[in-house]
Design a protein around this ligand. Structure first.
Ligand code: PLP
Length: 480
């Protein structure tokens, strides 16, 4: 294809990467400056080549410099950034699941930036165990004999099955062969561990006799898996941990319960659906229980295994343990969160996950009024701000049937005045703000559930809405 004289002329005028890099000021690493220049110049080259009549203004030195500076800023920005969760999903796996209580930040950072007794026994001056820092308190809180923590609960399930049931059979109800999301499926993990799945019962009903008639010489474990993200309702029957443990003890076979989202707090005390606690599972006779650190517990990502010493010690010695071991920062956070649980009322007040789940409705209503007031005070023509009743969700595959009545602030931008964004445009623009605000759309309106908002978020949302509706270049022209 022949290029026009203008195209050829502009291509010739494009500066060399080196020249642009030379004239860039600022402290950015040279490699990044080069990368930014290359990207901008290559975009310009494609622009010129694909337009018979390219706009010469776009390759003026000033404009090129501005594009390069913008690209450089983009490259310098971290990829993992904090954001505002206005979705009302409390344990939101895509948005980082649990927020750590601010009161533990200082001690965590101190541990991170200094040497510590991570694997050092201070009393005896010899090598120690990294698990010792949380084992005792986990036993104290749950009543277990022994405890171990690994990278996450998926790892806990894998290593427990591998240690106790490799090459042997594990009996599980067909109603509990769950998929958690992110491709974690009990049958697949079981296969990877080398354990042999022996499924019993039907999807909706499993009886004690289904387990007992499946027990044979090859049976290593009776496994109970929390259904987590779904519930079977109607004509159903499942076998409790207690019944299963009694059966197991007749045959000398341990029961392992994968609780998924383990919790220490009885949520029914706060008007919510009862969710079996770790303590309950152990006292019902489970030999081992595993659960996540960052679901309902509200701590850092971790897989916590508690139960009888003879099993926990075996898991600790499994070489896989080294591959799934917990990092020291996580360990510091976990210890600090567990210490808060010594006083359950304090935990409910200060662990953000628990605070958001048990938030009194009055608090939610006043939060919604406060946010609505701030947004109305922006006086953006064409932007309707209302308070809308909504329902938050627990998330994290926990308590799927729990209804959490909540309040949201709804935004709808009509076609009058300055703000001419569609709900989808507004949602996308808020999501692209310097501190992204994640909302959801319902009935052509952007909803922000106040349950999952933190103190600072009110000001951030206000800035975001102001910026999006007043300053966003596309707002007036309806470009978004
Ligand atoms: C969430 C969940 C897991 C996986 O836990 P992670 O901590 O996310 O690895 C395993 N089993 C059940 C039943 C779960 O709900």
């Amino acid at each position: 294809m022949a290029y026009s004289p203008l195209q050829k002329d502009l291509l010739r005028k494009l500066p060399k990467v080196d020249e642009v890099v030379q004239s860039l000021s600022g402290e950015a690493p040279r490699n990044l400056k080069i990368a930014a220049c290359r990207q901008v110049l290559s975009t310009l080259r494609s622009y010129i080549l694909s337009n018979e009549n390219p706009d010469p203004a776009r390759i003026e030195a000033g404009n090129i410099m501005q594009s390069v500076e913008e690209k450089l800023d983009e490259l310098l920005k971290p990829s993992l950034v904090p954001l505002v969760n206005a979705t009302g999903v409390v344990v939101h796996t895509n948005l980082g699941r649990s927020l750590l209580p601010p009161e533990i930040f200082e001690s965590m950072m101190e541990t991170a930036g200094r040497y510590s007794n991570l694997e050092y026994n201070l009393a005896e001056g010899v090598r120690g165990s990294r698990y010792s820092h949380v084992e005792e308190i986990l036993c104290e809180l749950t009543g277990a004999e022994a405890a171990l923590v690994v990278n996450n609960n998926a790892a806990a399930v894998l290593i427990t099955l591998e240690t106790l049931a490799k090459g042997r059979e594990v009996i599980v109800s067909r109603g509990e062969l769950v998929e958690i999301g992110g491709s974690f499926r009990i049958p697949d993990v079981m296969a990877r561990s080398g354990a042999i799945l022996r499924e019993v019962g039907a999807t909706n009903r499993t009886h004690l006799r289904d387990y007992s008639s499946a027990i044979c010489d090859e049976t290593a474990l009776l496994l109970k898996v929390h259904q987590s993200n779904f519930q079977v309702v109607g004509f159903t029957k499942s076998v409790s941990v207690r019944e299963l443990s009694e059966l197991g003890s007749d045959f000398g076979i341990p029961v392992y319960e994968d609780l998924g989202s383990g919790n220490f707090i009885d949520f029914s005390r706060y008007g919510m659906i009862h969710e079996p606690t770790v303590q309950e599972s152990l006292s019902a006779g489970a030999g081992l229980v595993s659960f996540s650190g960052d679901k309902l517990l509200g701590g850092p990502q971790a897989g916590i295994i508690v139960g009888q010493k003879r099993f926990v010690e075996k898991i600790k010695k499994n070489p896989i343990n080294r591959a799934v071991r917990i990092d020291k920062l996580t360990l510091a956070a976990l210890e600090a969160v567990l210490r808060i649980y010594r006083d359950p009322d304090r935990a409910v007040r200060t662990v953000p996950t628990l605070r958001m789940l048990t938030m009194p409705f009055d608090g939610i209503r006043s939060g919604a009024r406060r946010l609505a007031r701030r947004l109305k005070a922006l006086k953006i023509p064409g932007l309707a701000v209302d308070i809308v009743p909504t329902v938050s969700r627990v998330g994290g595959g926990a308590l799927p049937l729990q209804r959490l009545d909540s309040m949201a602030v709804g935004l709808s931008a009509g076609s009058v005045g300055q703000c001419k964004l569609s709900a989808a445009g507004l949602e996308a623009a808020l999501r692209s703000f310097s501190v992204p605000v994640i909302t959801r759309i319902e009935e052509d309106r952007v909803l922000m559930d106040v349950r999952t908002l933190q103190k600072k978020d009110y000001a951030i949302i206000t800035d975001a809405v102001r910026h999006v509706c007043r300053e966003y270049p596309g707002a007036d022209s309806g470009l978004l």
